[in-house]
Design a protein around this ligand. Structure first.
Ligand SMILES: Nc1ncnc2c1ncn2[C@@H]1O[C@H](COP(=O)(O)OP(=O)(O)OP(=O)(O)O)[C@@H](O)[C@H]1O
Ligand SMILES: O=P(O)(O)OC[C@H]1O[C@](O)(CO)[C@@H](O)[C@@H]1O
Ligand SMILES: [Mg+2]
Length: 490
């Protein structure tokens, strides 16, 4: 198999440094495919909209803050309905699969893909794949209609089931081919999108008229390029309940410490946003910001100071934080899940013991309550704003597949939905940048130490381009969206 990046991104240059990172289209390898007028033009709900169809040349800019002399930079193809489609309604045989961990809004996306295909494009054959990628070749399928999915958005989880592991590209594509499926909607996180890219490659290699579309899903918000992933706001909202409980417990006891662990394997966005939203948190620890326990400027010293000053404190810790400290003592316990993701030892439990041990040695009485809401923040239905977001995502994806685009992921880029090549999404991971303004806001709201030594700060600044540099691709490794680049979140 060739290098996915050879075929998954088409670069188109334009005037003044304009670059379009385009997505593949079925006609790239099936040049004689016929196209048809979009049935939406006869749909009473949509036909009244002035300029309902997206102009074929519309693109969305990756950077919206520009200087007068800066190059126009990278753009993505704007999502939305096209005048012409490459599938006739009765020809479409779509399938939907959900993979990876749960996330609020999964059912809403499923519902809106089904209803979008059915009501906007008159599609009647939609199959739900049971239990993630392995469901393509190992499990039953379910026929999806608007009636079947009518109220599923009110439920957490995914009606299709999900799983980790079990991705076998050849077997999956064989089953797609056997069943005559020609539109594949794949909802999942970074691992899932990697799998989707391989499926697209194989489909293209076999020359099949099958559109492969990815819908990014992760409560961790670790997918790059897009502004934010669906379910994230719901997870942050739910995390408030755990933080509130921790605060009430801590406030009610002498030297009370409320410790809350939140999900976030490699990225601390949930912990950071839950902390900023709550204002009751005195210390937030995330994977991107190393910390230490002992000595001047360390966590123990800060806890002691906080307890002496206000008699209680609340600590939020992301599950991936402090893993370097843990691994010193628990190295042998590192394991992997079925998808190859590292299974992390419980940092919340570990740090609870360490804090208790430390203050016991100092003969200072503390009352520590450890709250681990784990799956509670993701196994819930999505809040209203996430529901609307999921609807737009689903509709944008359906429009893209009907228009013949393939090998793409969809998502908002600076507020406008766009089709993004798979390799853009999978080549890096979105992380909190601790030298950006958002983390500074957090530090100033909690008043916690930065845990950085003067040398570390200088190094961190050196790694980063000047904040006003506007070249596309600057700092693109491990950074994006919920930083100063994102106007609605900074
Ligand atoms: N590099 C890869 N190539 C092919 N398939 C992959 C790859 N990584 C993961 N997958 C498949 O994608 C599916 C989901 O992967 P994973 O468990 O890592 O979750 P995810 O999609 O990253 O979601 P999240 O981490 O947000 O829960 C699994 O079925 C796994 O086998
Ligand atoms: O227990 P599971 O289902 O593997 O999921 C846990 C992981 O899923 C996530 O929610 C998303 O990747 C991580 O934050 C967490 O580590
Ligand atoms: Mg993942």
């Amino acid at each position: 198999m060739g290098n996915p990046s050879d075929t998954q991104m088409k670069l188109v240059s334009g005037a003044a440094g304009y670059v379009l990172e385009d997505v593949p289209h079925l006609t790239d390898y099936l040049p004689d495919l016929p196209s048809y007028p979009n049935p939406l033009q006869d749909n009473p709900a949509y036909s009244v909209v002035k300029q309902y169809f997206v102009n074929v040349d519309d693109t969305v800019t990756k950077k919206i803050v520009v200087h007068k002399d800066s190059p126009r930079g990278v753009h993505f193809r704007r999502a939305g309905p096209r005048q012409r489609v490459y599938f006739e309604s009765d020809e479409v045989h779509a399938c939907i699969v959900t993979c990876g961990g749960l996330c609020p809004g999964l059912n809403t996306v499923i519902r809106e893909i089904v209803c979008g295909l059915y009501h906007m494009y008159g599609v009647r054959k939609i199959l739900g794949i049971d239990g993630g990628y392995r469901g393509f070749y190992a499990k039953n399928t379910v026929n999806l209609t608007p009636k079947v999915v009518d109220d599923i958005h009110k439920r957490g989880g995914t009606i299709l089931g999900t799983s980790r592991g079990g991705h076998d590209t050849l077997k999956i594509v064989d089953r797609i081919q056997d069943r005559g499926i020609n539109q594949v909607y794949i909802i999942g996180g970074d691992g899932t999108q990697r799998g989707a890219a391989l499926i697209f490659e194989e489909i293209r290699r076999r020359g099949l008229k099958v559109a492969v579309a990815g819908i990014p899903k992760t409560i961790d918000n670790d997918i790059p390029v897009i502004d934010k992933s669906f379910g994230f706001d719901t997870a942050v909202e739910e995390a408030q309940r755990a933080i509130n409980a921790a605060h009430v417990e801590a406030e009610s006891m002498e030297n009370g410490i409320g410790l809350v662990k939140l999900m976030g394997r490699y990225s601390g966005f949930i912990a950071m946003h839950a902390t900023l939203a709550s204002r009751d948190v005195d210390c937030c620890l995330i994977p991107e910001s190393p910390f230490y326990l002992e000595g001047s400027g360390g966590l123990y010293e800060y806890i002691e100071k906080q307890l002496k000053e206000s008699g209680h404190m609340v600590i939020v810790i992301a599950e991936g934080a402090g893993q370097d400290l843990l691994s010193e003592s628990l190295q042998s316990m590192v394991q992997q899940d079925a998808s190859g993701n590292k299974l992390l030892p419980d940092v919340g439990l570990w740090i609870s013991h360490r804090i208790k041990e430390h203050f016991a040695k100092k003969k200072m009485r503390i009352n520590l309550k450890y709250i681990d809401p784990t799956y509670m923040i993701r196994a819930i239905p999505s809040i209203a704003s996430d529901n609307v977001y999921c609807t737009l995502l689903a509709h944008s994806t359906v429009h893209g597949a009907m228009a013949g685009y393939t090998g793409f992921t969809v998502g908002p880029v600076n507020g406008r939905h766009a089709y993004i090549p798979f390799n853009r999404i999978i080549e890096e991971q979105n992380k909190v940048v601790i030298t950006d303004r958002m983390w500074a806001r957090l530090l100033s709201s909690t008043n916690q130490p930065s845990f950085l030594k003067p040398g570390d700060i200088a190094d961190a600044k050196k790694e980063k381009q000047p904040a006003t540099s506007l070249l596309d691709g600057e700092n693109c490794k491990d950074r994006k969206s919920m930083t100063e680049d994102n106007p609605c979140l900074s």
